[in-house]
Ligand binder design. Structure first.
Ligand code: CU
Length: 127
């Protein structure tokens, strides 16, 4: 009888420990999955340019490493993000680290009659 009780207790203990271990691993996995999104490889922003506008008036990214992709779908445009080192002519990418703030995006190629209308804002939010 005592041996049976001990065996039963061992089985219960094993089950409880297994359950704890599994949930611990699940929690770890969640932590690992979330962390890279917050501090990881950085934010990616696609700016799509045409004659004579960008696809958005405002782009919002978290502070830190940011990669800007410029894609021209009409005409030939570039961007300069004033107050940063971001400068792209034609299609291309640029990666940099941005401090929180509001930055003006302008076209840096004289592209035609609507060139001066090609203005947008990059808002870098504090993380
Ligand atoms: Cu232009």
């Amino acid at each position: 009888m005592r041996a049976k009780t001990m065996t039963l207790l061992l089985i219960i203990l094993t089950l409880v420990l297994t359950a704890c271990t599994n949930s611990h691993f699940k929690a770890s996995k969640n932590t690992i999955a979330i962390t890279p999104q917050q501090v990881g490889p950085g934010e990616i922003v696609d700016l799509i340019a045409e004659n004579w506008s960008f696809n958005q008036k405002k782009y919002i990214v978290p502070a830190g490493e940011v990669t800007v992709n410029l894609i021209n779908i009409e005409g030939f445009h570039g961007i300069e993000v004033q107050g940063t080192d971001i400068s792209i002519e034609g299609d291309g990418s640029y990666t940099t680290t941005l401090e929180p703030g509001e930055y003006t995006i302008v076209c840096n190629i004289i592209c035609g009659t609507g060139h001066n209308d090609m203005v947008a804002t990059l808002i870098v939010e504090e993380v």
